[in-house]
Design a binder for this molecule. Structure first.
Ligand code: AP5
Length: 214
């Protein structure tokens, strides 16, 4: 099963992708996480994209398409994958269609997360993530079960993302409206786009996604 999660920053894509990964045994491919790993490794690609990401802009399509092309052929994607944060532009979606066709694959579901903008700003400016496994929390609404200890991997180290400052979050939302929202009509035309209520609590969103996935 191959799935795209589509929605603005903070709509819950990463949170739900990790759950789908566990429930269905398919691999989460999060382009934001891949790019942050490149930055952490200090390589040339990481140095090239850091300023772009810190400003809340999109990394050039060719870089992202190369990352995904190299990834979906790997053995851990044999049972399927969850694309979290890709595609984000129409040229990326077109490139994905070509990549899948070359491998005789197709997308089974594109799931849109609908969340009000004021809620997105609150979620992102309150977010912190586990430095070790990337699990995502919120300082008020989604704290670890034991304060200071990650529920998933028991690490005690947490970080806030540099692009979660209020100004950069507003820039990212503008980028979503201008460059990513045009994907909604693109996928609506294919008949595989389905919407979930991303304002519901995390468990309720998971249940709604499970209904979509059947
Ligand atoms: P990326 O890392 O993909 O960030 P994003 O899309 O902006 O999404 P986020 O990770 O911020 O939010 P999310 O929807 O995953 O929400 P989450 O589950 O964490 O991209 C970062 C940057 O990389 C981009 O700006 C760009 O520069 C670059 N990039 C990446 N992909 C690219 C591409 N394809 N092309 C070009 N550039 C690319 O949840 C957020 C918070 O809300 C958490 O605290 C969580 O606990 C909480 N929460 C989640 N669900 C709920 C709920 N239902 N109720 C209450 N709280 C909730």
């Amino acid at each position: 099963m191959n799935i795209v999660l589509l929605g603005p920053p903070g709509s819950g894509k990463g949170t739900q992708a990790k759950r789908i990964e566990q429930i269905h045994g398919i691999t989460q491919l999060a382009t934001g996480d891949m790019l942050r790993a490149e930055i952490a490794s200090g390589n040339a690609l990481g140095r090239r994209v850091k300023g772009i990401m810190d400003a809340g802009e999109l990394v050039p399509d060719d870089i992202i398409i190369t990352l995904i092309r190299g990834r979906i052929g790997k053995p851990d994607c044999r049972n399927g994958f969850i694309l979290d944060g890709f595609p984000r532009t129409v040229p990326q979606a077109e490139a994905l269609d070509r990549m899948l066709a070359q491998r005789d694959l197709r997308l089974d579901h594109v799931i849109e997360f609908e969340v009000d903008e004021a809620v997105l700003i609150d979620r992102l400016t309150g977010r912190f993530t586990c430095q070790h496994c990337g699990a995502s929390y919120h300082e008020r609404d989604n704290r670890p079960k034991v304060d200071g200890i990650c529920d998933v991997c028991s690490s005690c180290e947490f970080v806030c993302r540099p692009d979660d400052s209020p100004e950069t979050v507003k820039a990212r939302l503008g980028v979503y409206r201008r460059q990513t929202a045009p994907l909604l009509p693109y996928y609506r035309r294919t008949g595989i786009l389905q919407r979930v209520d991303g304002m519901a609590d995390i468990d309720a969103v998971t249940r709604e996604i499970e209904e979509v996935l059947g």
